[in-house]
Design a protein around this ligand. Structure first.
Ligand code: BES
Ligand code: ZN
Ligand code: ZN
Length: 465
């Protein structure tokens, strides 16, 4: 969506509050009272009246949702240029207004062909005309919304298109365009560097595993970076512990953590983030063939610790183990944050409203939770009790990737406890986005399937440092 500061709109959004009973010329008072969410389209005047309820009751998530619904209602193909008549009372919600309008301006029919695709594209709003006072904010939010849409398309995209090579190429494009450097390490490098945990997951795959490393180093930034690690699992069949029907068919979403990291690297420069940020994304699929890893195998991870494979479907923690150990050792970050669609247990516990967060540093977790509150990409802390770490100890090897028998109990925490073995002394937080990254029932500003959850959260977090 293009932003401009003057011109004639095809439709002008006119927000009105309930407090002073609004009167609209030529419209019966009974037709519009300004109640929250109420809309009245007057095509002859090219106006859409929008009720915002009582001024004192206005809250930022509701503002975002209200304006997101406006965009969705205007996506009929009739309106390319949309204007907004600014209300002073909206000043402190400018960000949410713009986010609502822009985040929802997206469609998922990307793999349709011919007229259907043209129609879906034509329905998108093309231009938003806003007051000059909002210039800086609008310029940032356009880029953030583009990054969110980009992540959605990657996460929703099918695994025969969004392959390991595809993700690696995207990382290269992003680095080139948005001011970072990038390295894509292939399977030979992974073998040489003894990343046995990633290689084990990749053993049944026809696609080569990769480790993507992005580095954003703005001038004057101190050396120790913020390390972002994202699970880039192209498709999770479960491996020999194969996933059943109803659990397997949307498992292309399993690279959402990695996609989110890529999305963040699209906005770092635009948001003028002053810290060095390093992104590490282990990329592979989890497939089955004669070479595939078995439950009962033992792999040696990059850290040197051996891992008993108790369940081939607990593969995310394995690829993260090597990526975390490598990232922490190589870059000595001030903070390490990993994002992963890691456990079904997190979906059960928190649904699609909160992602789970856990880690070894209360201050870091606090900062992330605050950023979540500001962006409405909410986080809820889950416990990392030492007993969970104990439960992940191996019997014939050092650690196991799933505990026997009771792996359904505190599943998200145990996955987190497993990861903790690989972060050394780094201040670290793990964000389980299994419930929030991909949804069948989207919220007002979201699309069906990939949500792009996490880009705004991390953008806000990095800005706050
Ligand atoms: N990718 C899944 C987790 C998942 C589930 C993501 C639902 C999104 C939606 C992960 O690799 C997995 O299979 N985890 C297992 C772990 C278990 C075997 C210990 C799970 O949650 O069942
Ligand atoms: Zn799995
Ligand atoms: Zn998985």
């Amino acid at each position: 969506m293009k932003i401009s500061y003057s011109g004639r709109a095809d439709i002008l959004i006119c927000p009105l509050f309930e407090d002073k009973k609004p009167t609209i010329k030529g419209v019966d008072k009974k037709l519009f009272s300004g109640k929250a969410g109420e809309t009245l389209l007057v095509p002859t005047d090219k106006k859409l009246y929008l009720g915002l309820g009582k001024k004192s009751k206005l809250e930022s998530p509701d503002v975002r949702a209200t304006f997101a619904k406006v965009t969705k209602s205007l996506m009929t193909g009739k309106y390319a240029k949309v204007g907004i008549k600014w209300e002073a009372a909206l000043n402190k919600f400018a960000k949410e207004v713009l986010e609502g309008l822009m985040l929802s301006n997206h469609h998922v029919a990307k793999h349709k062909t011919g007229k259907e695709l043209t129609k879906a594209n034509d329905k998108l709003l093309k231009e938003l005309i806003v007051s000059k006072d909002l210039k800086k904010e609008a310029a940032d939010i356009v880029k953030v919304a583009e990054a969110v849409h980009y992540v959605r398309d990657l996460v929703t995209g099918p695994p025969n298109i969004v392959t390991t090579d595809y993700v690696a190429n995207e990382a290269k494009k992003i680095a080139r365009k948005h001011g970072s450097s990038v390295k894509v390490y292939d399977k030979t490098w992974l073998k040489k560097n003894k990343m046995g945990a990633i290689l084990g997951v990749n053993a049944g795959s026809k696609q080569g595993a990769k480790l993507v490393v992005l580095d954003y180093k703005p001038k004057g930034a101190k050396k120790d970076p913020i390390l972002l690690v994202g699970k880039g699992l192209i498709f999770d069949s479960g491996g020999y512990n194969i996933k059943p029907t109803k659990h397997i068919e949307d498992m292309q979403q399993d690279m959402a953590g990695g996609a989110t990291v890529l999305g963040v690297f699209k906005i770092l420069k635009q948001l003028k983030i002053k810290r060095r940020v390093v992104g590490v994304i282990p990329v592979t699929d989890n497939m089955i063939d004669a070479d595939a890893q078995r439950p009962s195998d033992i792999v040696k991870s990059y850290s040197g610790k051996t891992i008993e494979i108790r369940n081939t479907d607990a593969e995310g923690r394995l690829i993260l183990a090597d990526a975390l150990a490598y990232g922490v050792e190589t870059f000595k970050p001030e903070y390490t944050i990993d994002l992963a669609t890691l456990t079904g247990a997190c979906v059960v516990a928190l649904g699609d409203r909160y992602a789970g967060v856990m880690g070894n540093d209360k201050k870091l977790i606090g900062k992330l939770v605050d950023a979540g509150d500001k962006t409405d990409e909410l986080l809820w802390e889950l416990p990392l009790h030492k007993d969970f770490k104990e439960a992940m100890k191996g019997i014939i090897g050092d650690i196991r990737n799933a505990d026997n028998g009771t792996s359904y109990m505190a599943g998200s925490s145990k996955a987190g406890a497993f990861l903790e073995y690989f972060v050394g002394k780094s201040k670290w937080a793990h964000i389980d986005i299994a419930g929030t990254a991909y949804v069948s029932k989207p919220k007002a500003h979201e699309s069906q399937y990939g949500t792009g959850y996490g880009v705004r959260l991390l953008g806000e977090f990095l800005r706050s440092l």
